[in-house]
Design a protein around this ligand. Sequence first.
Ligand code: UN1
Length: 499
Amino acid sequence: MNQQDVFKTLELHVDKGSIVSTSPIDGALLGKVQENTPQDIQQMITKATACFKEWRLIPAPKRGALVRLFGEELRKNKEALGTLVTLENGKILQEGLGEVQEMIDICDYAVGLSRQLYGLTIASERPGHRMMETWHPLGPVGVITPFNFPVAVWAWNFVLAIVCGDPVIWKPSEKTPLTALASANLFERAVKAFGKAPQGLLQLAFGYQEVGEMLVNPPHLPLISATGSTGMGRAVGEGVARRFGRSLLELSGNNGMILAPSADQELAMRAIAFASLGTAGQRCTTLRRLFVHTSIQAQITHRLKHIFANAVVGNPLEAGTLIGPLIDKRSYEDMQKALEVARVQGGVVQGGERVLTDKYPEGYYVRPALVEMQKQTEIVKTETFAPILYVMPYTDFDKALAQHNDVSQGLASCIFTNDVREAEIFLSSRGSDCGIANVNIGPSGAEIGGAFGGEKETGGGRESGSDAWRNYMRRATNTINYSHELPLAQGIRFDVGDA
Ligand code: UN1
């Protein structure tokens, strides 16, 4: 689908504004959007608050019906939106389409969920009493999303918030405003088809850091969900905690794999390739650290060198390309700096250089870097958002596990082994300390049905499936007395005599 058709299909009219969207493919101007002022944000919060008062009264399964319509719009427009993701973010078309599929999947999930917002019934210690938990809508939610998954991460939050009864103010990355606008247009179509929805279920807040701060500070939104760097998450987390708000943070990852001698090496190779090279190393779940047993180190490194040297780097719209451009020049520079430091710290670097400069002088395409390290130095412990895979040898499984956990991030992890003991230890309480721990499957490409997120500097939040919906609701514990007595808990007697 060509760019003109994409813009037409998604009703994008984007020729005015101070935020400029350019394509990482070739630096071409895609469009402009207007940055929002502080007054705009205040008005958005007021509008969202009014909207919430109505939306929370709509039964959850009806709210789910709106999400079903949104899912239908996404299905109809998968190609257009997926292509726009590729144009604006630079990930290969297969991944752009995959991202829209992830949105569709979470819509399906949320529709089902809208009939399953269950609370517990709890046994009361008092006769003639009943206890239960009720889950209520929480209020307007601020959602801050990164460039690397410009629409899927938002959708995980948005559609759950909508079925839970919460309007959303969305601050997309300033690098990917058009995909946000297009998604909002599709949602608007769903709202029209739905009929009677209050105004303001989704509002877009375009801008930079100050816009994020406006959402974090009072007058407050009860929940801020933020995905991105640890630095950003720290600011959000601290700001929200200061006013006793709730934050849902999904921050950096520095994901590892232990490749054991018994592993199926064919599977492992494919998993390593997808997890380290996919999305040009710009997933929060990208594989960045590989611990390989010394007995297989030579053959594994040999094969990886071949894969890294030959993986097709190029225009992400072209079939056959596996690695598109980095998002921008800064990202390229950060990658070069990291490789420089890695060399100083004893790393042997293959690849990492810029390519295709003649064809795309404004595009930052790189050959992925394979870095052989003797040990896990400081640079290995730092997340660099680029295709760099550090490979380190190990001999002792327990020591490899300790090294694996010896980083400040805790998002995704995996082990490739056919040794059931190693696999179970890796998943056990003394195993991987990450939010995602896998066996014989890479750390990236998680399905929406599971809770997504991680520990330590990854922020502790869980989005997407499982019980992540509870983030978007408030819990009330209810005790109901249907007896003629008023027994007190804990056996307390409190006799005031005849009143
Ligand atoms: C992210 O990079 O922030 O598990 C999200 C994955 C994708 C989501 C990544 N489903 O790689």
